[in-house]
Design a protein around this ligand. Structure first.
Ligand code: AMP
Length: 425
């Protein structure tokens, strides 16, 4: 038997109802903040990711699905392509390619699959789904402003509240700008020199190539050393410090709670200033529901004009896991099972089902060859709230027996009142 590839999975009903609920709610919330949807290709030129995300990151160095194209044409033969491991790079590429600043499009959101060759475990997949948004634009559009950071964070808090997710924590840090990072990297390198040999192999390599990445280390034995390292918060220059405190002031004034975490440097290289993560206690080891931050230099790194930006990516798989609203799943069940009884009744039942669906009821339809007992069994298995019997007598009287399957209560309802009766909760 052929099975779904390791790290990928089928999303099945009734869970798909939860996914749809999450996506519809996100669209509504994004709309209220004037974000518009963008859809970028699922694969891109490999260089896009190595330049945008950074060669030294785990994502680019170990986790990408990359292949050489086999096109006939000279132009695309041998081109290195990669399944997108994240979507910010694609959005910024599109922003540059289509000069979106000319069209005043600087608030964009996306949803879709991403691919990373990670070790699969609970909450970690090789094909996973992200819902994300980016604010990007020239400084004249105010995209550098701490007000944008606070707006994005407040929007996320609103979205999680709207989804009914409680118990999340917003962890906040500033990773400074390029200058701060350079001095800080030097300080880290110095601090790591005498101790790196006692750390894991990954950290030994990071200590030389990109010391900031040691904060990604999850090896328990390395943690005391990491705890003792200097922190970025001590190296922020005055403008970065001010930017960060402005973000915090707005968050306090709108009532969004956060905790400061100066170990939070995040996995991707392009971040500047504000970096954040929302975590959720119930998720276990993979407890980050979403992450994001500012990336003021990214557009230029990809050959575009200066365009400061801030964005985030929600791990939709994990968001769905943390949703306790099983009521949303229950909504996927039919309101009514329409049971035709006896020859010639499929026609009548089809007409009735059509009327009920137009009246917004979720309808499942039986078959005239089923005996009444079988119709009841099927309706119960489907979890329908009501069963509606369509027999010759009912059709003649234009009044139907509507039975509540949970309570057993049965009432006679005239045809024109059926839909209203069924959809009322
Ligand atoms: P990142 O793009 O690494 O900042 O990740 C943003 C969010 O995507 C994380 O907070 C996770 O919720 C989610 N995520 C990242 N990698 C995976 C994965 N392999 N499987 C499931 N969710 C993931």
């Amino acid at each position: 038997m052929i099975k779904a590839v390791r790290g990928t999975r089928d999303l099945l009903p009734p869970d798909t109802a939860l996914w749809n609920f999450v996506e519809a709610t996100a669209r509504e919330v994004f709309r209220a903040y004037n974000f518009h949807e963008i859809r970028t290709p699922i694969f891109e030129d490999t260089q896009l990711f190595s330049r945008a995300v950074g060669e030294e990151t785990d994502v680019v160095s170990k986790e990408m699905y990359t292949w050489e194209d086999r096109g006939r044409a000279e132009s695309d033969h041998g081109q290195s392509l990669t399944l997108r491991p994240e979507n910010t790079a694609g959005v910024v590429r599109a922003y540059i390619e289509h000069k979106l600043w000319d069209r005043g499009l600087n608030k964009l959101y996306y949803m879709g699959p991403q691919f990373r060759r990670e070790r699969p475990q609970k909450g970690r997949y090789r094909q996973f789904f992200q819902i994300g948004a980016e604010v990007i634009g020239p400084s004249t559009a105010g995209s550098e402003s701490p007000a944008r950071d606070a707006e994005v964070l407040e929007m996320l808090a609103t979205l999680l509240d709207r989804l009914g997710i409680t118990g999340w924590t917003l962890e906040l840090n500033s990773v400074g700008c390029a200058n701060d990072r350079a001095t800080y990297n030097e300080a880290l390198r110095k601090a790591l020199e005498p101790v790196a040999s006692q750390m894991c192999v990954d950290c030994q390599r990071r200590a030389v190539t990109n010391p900031l990445r040691v904060f990604d280390c999850k090896v328990p034995e390395d943690q005391p050393i990491i705890e003792s390292l200097p922190r970025i918060s001590q190296y922020l220059d005055e403008p970065c410090r001010e930017h960060f405190s402005h973000v915090q002031e707005i968050l306090k004034s709108v009532g969004v709670e956060f905790v400061l975490n100066d170990r939070l440097v995040r996995g991707l290289d392009y971040y500047t200033r504000t970096a954040f993560e929302f975590t959720h206690g119930a998720l276990g080891a993979q407890n980050a529901i979403l992450g994001g931050g500012r990336y003021d230099g990214l557009s230029e790194a990809l050959g575009g004009p200066p365009a400061p930006g801030i964005g985030f990516a929600i791990g939709e798989d994990r968001l769905v896991m943390s949703l306790q609203t099983s009521a949303e799943g229950a909504k996927a069940k039919p309101d009514v099972y329409v049971a035709p009884l006896g020859a010639g009744m499929n026609r009548e039942a089809a007409r009735l089902a059509r009327e009920l669906r137009r009246g917004s009821a979720i309808v499942e339809l039986g078959d005239e060859t089923f005996r009444l007992k079988k119709s009841f069994e099927v309706a119960t298995k489907l979890g329908a709230r009501y069963i509606l019997i369509v027999g010759e007598n009912e059709v003649k009287a234009d009044t139907f027996a509507l039975k509540n399957l949970a309570s057993g209560e049965q009432v006679q309802v005239p045809r024109n009142e059926l839909a209203a009766r069924i959809v009322e909760k």
